[in-house]
Ligand binder design. Structure first.
Ligand SMILES: Cc1cc2nc3c(=O)[nH]c(=O)nc-3n(C[C@H](O)[C@H](O)[C@H](O)COP(=O)(O)OP(=O)(O)OC[C@H]3O[C@@H](n4cnc5c(N)ncnc54)[C@H](O)[C@@H]3O)c2cc1C
Length: 488
C-alpha cells in the first residue's frame, strides 16, 4: 500500500535519517512477520526511532491522522503479535539498545526496550547479579517484547514471569503522551496496579520506552540433573512426585523422543541413549539445600523408572544439557519441513493424561507431535509436524493444533502460557472467556486506546471501535454498560 504523502512528510520531520524511515516495498518485506511466519502483512511504512521524543511524536502523528500503528521489538514472537497492519505504521524499537544503569545496592537495572534479554544478565554479572526470566529465545528477544508478552522461560517455575521482575516502565500512550507506571526501588506503587495491567498487554495499550527490572543475586550453587525415561507418563509422574516432595526446582523441562532426536541431530547434546523422554531438573540456592535436594530428585527419578540419571559435573556439561533444550524449537526443522509451535497450559497433575491424549490426537490424524516444554508449571509446547507440500497435511496439522488447545481448556488450563494471543489465537479467546469477560477486557483497552489504533486486530476476537457498546446486541453486563456510559 502506498504511504499517503502527508504522513510521509510528517514522519520525515521526525525521523531525519533516511535509513530509519522505510517505505521501499522490497525493504518493507523484512518486517512482514514475526516468528510465526505463516502470518504475513506488509506494513505501509516502518520507522526505527532512536529517542523517546521521536516515538511520542510518531504516535501523536498516527493519533492525529487516525493511522494504526504496531510496536515491534526483535520479531521473535510466536503469536503474530507484532504482525503489521497493512495501512499502518510499524514502529521498531530495536535501536533502543542502551543499558542505562545497573544499581547493585538496590538490585535494579534500567534498560531500553530494545535491549536483548541475555544482555541484561551479562551487564549485571560483574555485580554478582542476573535477570531471572529466561525465554529460550533470550539471545535474541528484546525486553520490550518480553514486557508486552509477559514472557516466561525455563526458570519461571521458581522465579515467576516477567511481571514478577519488572518494577516500572516508561510508556508512550496511544495518543503520544509519555507516562510512567510502577516505580524504581519501591516494590509497590500506590494506586491502581497499572503496571500489572500493562505487562502482558501485547502492545495494545502503548509503547514501552524504558524498563526498570529487578536483578537477583547469583545463587551459591546450581546443580543440573538429566534423567532418561521409557515413557512420557513415567517422566510426568516423576515431575509430580518431585514437586510433592516439597522441593522447588528452579526448572523442570521435559522433551519427548521426537524432540530428543531433533536436538541430537542439531547440537549432539549427549542425552541418554534410547531414552523415550528426558527430564532436565535444575536446583539452585544455598550449597546444603541444593546438594541434598539433587540427591532426592535423583532418587525420585530412579523410583519412577529412570533408565539413566546424570548430574552435570562441570559448567560445560551443564551448558550442553541446556543447549539441547534451548535449541529444540529450531532443531525440529531437521526432522520436519514444517511445524506449528503450540503453547498451552494444563495443571501439571494431569500431565501424563494430557500427553497421552495428545499422542492419540496425532495418531488419529496421521500427524507427528513432538513435545518439549516447561513441565514444572504445566506449560506445554507441542510441536505439530507436517509437510505443506503433501495435500491436506497443513489442514490436519491445524486441526490437531486446535484440538490440543481444546484439551488444555477442558482440563482447566489456558490457551497460552507465554507466547500470547496475538493475531494467532484471537479465535480461541471466546472458548476461554465469556462475553462479559471480553467486554470487561475491552473496557480496559478503550481506557487506553479509544480509537483502537494501537496494535489493532490482536487479542480480541471481534475487534470493534470503542464508541460502539461492546455486546449491546446481546445485552451487556450492567456494570460494563455503566462504565462505558462514563467513558464515552
Ligand atoms: C526459538 C524461540 C524460543 C522461544 N522461547 C520462548 C520462551 O521460552 N518463553 C517465552 O515466553 N517466549 C518464547 N519465545 C517467544 C518470543 O521470543 C517472546 O514472546 C519475546 O518476548 C518476544 O520478544 P521480541 O522482542 O521478539 O518481540 P516481538 O516479536 O517483536 O513483539 C512481540 C509483541 O510485543 C509487542 N512489543 C514489542 N516491543 C514492544 C514495545 N517496546 N512496546 C510495546 N509493545 C511491544 C509487539 O507489538 C508484539 O505484540 C520464543 C521464540 C522463539 C523464536
Amino acid at each position: 500500500m502506498n504511504v499517503p504523502q502527508a504522513l510521509l512528510d510528517r514522519l520525515r520531520e521526525i525521523i531525519t535519517d533516511d535509513q530509519d524511515l522505510i517505505s521501499d516495498p522490497a525493504l518493507l518485506r523484512t518486517f512482514e512477520c514475526d516468528g510465526l511466519a505463516h502470518y504475513r502483512v506488509t506494513p505501509m511504512v516502518v520507522v526505527l526511532p532512536t529517542t523517546v521524543a521521536q516515538v511520542s511524536a510518531i504516535v501523536r502523528v498516527c493519533h492525529e491522522m487516525e493511522i494504526p500503528f504496531v510496536a515491534r521489538g526483535n520479531g521473535t514472537g510466536l503469536s503474530a503479535g507484532a504482525l503489521p497492519v497493512g495501512d499502518g505504521v510499524l514502529i521498531t524499537l530495536s535501536k533502543f539498545r542502551e543499558i542505562h544503569e545497573i544499581d547493585r545496592a538496590n538490585q535494579r537495572a534500567v534498560v531500553d526496550p530494545g535491549v536483548i534479554n541475555l544482555d541484561v544478565s551479562k551487564a549485571a554479572s560483574a555485580a554478582g547479579l542476573y535477570y531471572a526470566p529466561d525465554p529460550s529465545s533470550q539471545q535474541i528477544c528484546s525486553i520490550g517484547g518480553n514486557v508486552a508478552e509477559n514472557s516466561g522461560g525455563a526458570h519461571c517455575l521458581k522465579y515467576g514471569f516477567t511481571t514478577h521482575h519488572v518494577t516500572g516502565v516508561e510508556v508512550v500512550l496511544p495518543d503520544g503522551e509519555i507516562v510512567n507506571f510502577g516505580g524504581y526501588k519501591s516494590v509497590d506503587a500506590p494506586g491502581y496496579d497499572l503496571l500489572g495491567a500493562f505487562i502482558g498487554s501485547e502492545g495494545t495499550l502503548g509503547i514501552t520506552t524504558k524498563v526498570v527490572v529487578r536483578l537477583l543475586r547469583r545463587p551459591e550453587l546450581v546443580k543440573t540433573l538429566l534423567a532418561g525415561f521409557n515413557s512420557t507418563s513415567e517422566a510426568g509422574e516423576a515431575v509430580s512426585a518431585i514437586i510433592a516432595s516439597r522441593i522447588l526446582p528452579a526448572a523442570i523441562e521435559m522433551m519427548d523422543a521426537l524432540a530428543i532426536e531433533a536436538a541430537e541431530k542439531t547440537v549432539q547434546c549427549g542425552y541418554p541413549e534410547g531414552a523415550n523422554t528426558v527430564l532436565i531438573v535444575e536446583l539452585d540456592g544455598p550449597n546444603v539445600d541444593v546438594s541434598m535436594g539433587i540427591e532426592r530428585v535423583q532418587h525420585i527419578c530412579e523410583s519412577f523408572g529412570a533408565t539413566e540419571v546424570r548430574i552435570a559435573k562441570s559448567e560445560a556439561e551443564r551448558a550442553l544439557i541446556w543447549k539441547g533444550r534451548k535449541s529444540a524449537f529450531a532443531a525440529i526443522g531437521t526432522i520436519s519441513p514444517d511445524f506449528i509451535i503450540q503453547d498451552g497450559v494444563i495443571p501439571r497433575t494431569v500431565l501424563p493424561e494430557v500427553l497421552g491424549e495428545i499422542a492419540k490426537l496425532g495418531a488419529a490424524a496421521g500427524i507427528r507431535v513432538a513435545n518439549v516444554f516447561h513441565a514444572g508449571d504445566g506449560n506445554l509446547h507441542p510441536l505439530v509436524l507436517f509437510d505443506e507440500s503433501v495435500d491436506g497435511e497443513l489442514e490436519r496439522a491445524n486441526a490437531v493444533s486446535g484440538a490440543i488447545i481444546d484439551l488444555c481448556i477442558k482440563h482447566g488450563g489456558s490457551i497460552t502460557g507465554e507466547h500470547g494471543v496475538g493475531a494467532d489465537k484471537v479465535s480461541y479467546m471466546g472458548k476461554m472467556f465469556n462475553e462479559y469477560d471480553l467486554d470487561t477486557m475491552q473496557l480496559l483497552r478503550c481506557a487506553f486506546d479509544r480509537e483502537n489504533l494501537c496494535n489493532p486486530g490482536k487479542v480480541f476476537p471481534t475487534p470493534r471501535l470503542c464508541g460502539e457498546v461492546p455486546g449491546h446486541h446481546r445485552g451487556v453486563h450492567p456494570l460494563v454498560e455503566k462504565g462505558l456510559a462514563e467513558l464515552f
